[in-house]
Design a protein around this ligand. Structure first.
Ligand SMILES: C[S@@+](CC[C@H](N)C(=O)[O-])C[C@H]1O[C@@H](n2cnc3c(N)ncnc32)[C@H](O)[C@@H]1O
Length: 284
């Protein structure tokens, strides 16, 4: 039983709802081009560090002929994914000791995971389970654009709460979160030095701006509510005694943002993410 990530770092809703948006079909064309996978083949795809499963769920929609297996060592994430996502085999286990046979996958993929695992171990296991000429896809979040609406700025009640709690950095250090973060130059260099060939890079820009008219109302409200869930879950994960007033303040902020959206009073707040995709071929 391992609940390190879900109990201390990011909760189920934070990860699932934000990734469900990032991997919405709206953005599929960008990923399709960057993944460059042969859809006609019956691919066996392994997602490493799948969290609560939003990317695996998208892969199942996007590659209906493929067999999707997804692994994470956090028991809560795997339990949630098994209950809520059909068509994917979810496995609890460690990326540095994958419980799979050698030469058994056509593709390995991970999103915001390489930052947390020692690179030689991260790549060695993928090389082992990938077939000859298999594709390794590493997705890594880059600095995006974040502009909150006026009504979503942190209130004094929240500031007081976070001033009381704030030992966030210790948690990150304690669990080696982001210990192996790399620059945009280092990422492909490290994939190459770990034995992958034909390495290429690209960027998916996921524009989450609820007021943009191209987004249907439900998707726009999902963007606002994903941020709400993440703020509420952060309070819960802090393990500090959360007074009702903090929870109420957060809910009130997001309720008013939804109201403004429904009235058509544009705020143009945005949370635009940039995901770097590094792609390499396993040559045995
Ligand atoms: C930033 S989260 C990303 C989760 C998911 N890929 C997503 O985008 O929602 C990092 C994930 O890596 C998992 N993880 C970290 N080290 C791991 C390891 N050695 N083996 C398996 N999973 C690991 C954590 O449990 C966590 O779910």
């Amino acid at each position: 039983m391992n609940n390190i990530w879900s109990d201390n770092i990011q909760g189920i809703k934070t990860l699932y709802l934000s990734r469900k948006l990032r991997f919405d079909d709206f953005f599929y064309r960008q990923y399709e081009g960057l993944f460059s996978l042969d859809k006609s083949k019956k691919l066996r795809i392994l997602e490493i560090g799948c969290g609560p499963g939003a990317l695996a769920e998208a892969l199942h929609r996007w590659y209906p002929n493929a067999e999707i297996v997804a692994i994470d060592r956090d028991s809560n994430f795997i339990e949630y994914a098994r209950k809520n996502i059909a068509g994917v085999e979810f496995v609890e286990g460690d990326a540095t000791a994958l419980p799979f046979e050698s030469d058994s996958f056509d593709v390995t993929i991970s999103n915001t995971v390489c930052e947390h695992i020692e690179p030689a171990m991260f790549y060695a296991e993928q090389k082992r389970v990938l077939k000859n000429n298999g594709v390794c896809l590493v997705l890594s979040a880059r600095k995006g654009v974040r502009q909150p609406a006026e009504c979503l700025k942190m209130t004094d009640t929240e500031k007081e709460f976070w001033d009381r709690v704030s030992d966030g950095d210790n948690v990150l250090e304690k669990y080696a979160v982001g210990k192996y973060s790399m620059t945009e130059r280092e990422l492909p260099i490290v994939m190459e030095s770990n034995g992958f060939a034909n390495v290429s890079t690209g960027y998916a820009v996921i524009d989450l701006t609820p007021d943009h008219p191209k987004y249907p109302p439900q998707m726009a409200e999902n963007m606002i509510n994903a941020e709400r869930a993440s703020e509420l879950e952060a309070v819960q994960l802090s393990k500090a005694e959360a007074t009702d007033s903090v929870i109420d303040r957060i809910n009130a902020k997001f309720d008013s943002r939804i109201e403004l959206y429904r009235k058509g009073e544009k705020q143009w707040d945005t949370s635009t993410s940039i995901t770097m995709i590094i792609r390499g071929i396993n040559v045995k």
